[in-house]
Design a protein around this ligand. Structure first.
Ligand code: FES
Length: 167
C-alpha cells in the first residue's frame, strides 16, 4: 500500500475527524486491508500520508490489538474470554478451536496452513449471546458450542479469502 492510495482513502473522511491525529487509525486499518497485517513499508506510507512521524504511527499500530504488525491468518477468529462468555462455555470453545487449528492453547496463534488465526478478545458487546466469536471485523456471532465453532472455522478455511482484509 502506498501513500497515494492511503490519501485517496482518507480524503472523503478527513472532515469527520476534529483532531487530525485521529486519521492515523483509519489510515492504518485501510493499509492493513491489502495483506491482512502492516509491514514497515505500510506504516511508513501511513506516516507520509498523514504527516506524522513513522515512530508515532508505529506506536499506534503496536498499541491496538486489531492492528497486526506481524503476519496473521487469512481469517482472524476472535473468541470472547470475558466473564459472561466464560460462564457460557467460551473456554471450551477456545480449547476446541486451538486443538482443531493446532495452535498454542494459552496464546492462540495461526494454523500451519496460514488460513486461520485464533485469538482471545475481551467483551465483544454481545454478552447475552455467549459464547461469542467475531471473524475479522464482521458482526459478532453467538452463541457457539465447541462443535459449532469448529464447523465455523472449517467453513472459513474453505471460503474464498475476501479481496479486502478488514479486521
Ligand atoms: S462477555 Fe463476551 S461478549 Fe461480553
Amino acid at each position: 500500500m502506498d501513500a497515494d492510495q492511503i490519501r485517496a482513502h482518507l480524503d472523503p473522511i478527513r472532515h469527520e475527524f476534529a483532531d487530525p491525529r485521529s486519521l492515523v487509525m483509519p489510515a492504518l486499518k485501510f493499509a492493513q486491508t491489502e495483506k491482512g497485517h502492516l509491514t514497515r513499508e505500510d506504516m511508513a506510507a501511513v506516516a507520509e500520508a498523514t504527516g506524522y512521524s513513522p515512530s508515532f504511527v508505529e506506536s499506534v499500530a503496536s498499541f491496538y490489538d486489531r492492528l497486526y504488525t506481524r503476519p496473521v491468518g487469512n481469517r482472524v477468529v476472535s473468541v470472547c474470554i470475558t466473564l459472561s462468555c466464560m460462564l457460557r462455555g467460551s473456554d471450551e470453545v477456545w480449547e476446541a478451536l486451538c486443538e482443531h487449528e493446532g495452535v498454542d492453547h494459552h496464546h492462540g496463534g495461526t494454523s500451519a496452513d496460514g488460513r486461520i488465526t485464533i485469538q482471545e478478545a475481551q467483551c465483544l458487546g454481545y454478552c447475552d449471546r455467549g459464547a461469542c466469536i467475531q471473524v475479522d471485523a464482521e458482526e459478532t456471532q453467538g452463541p457457539f458450542t465447541p462443535e459449532e465453532a469448529v464447523k465455523l472455522v472449517e467453513e472459513l478455511r474453505e471460503a474464498p479469502t475476501p479481496a479486502e482484509l478488514w479486521r
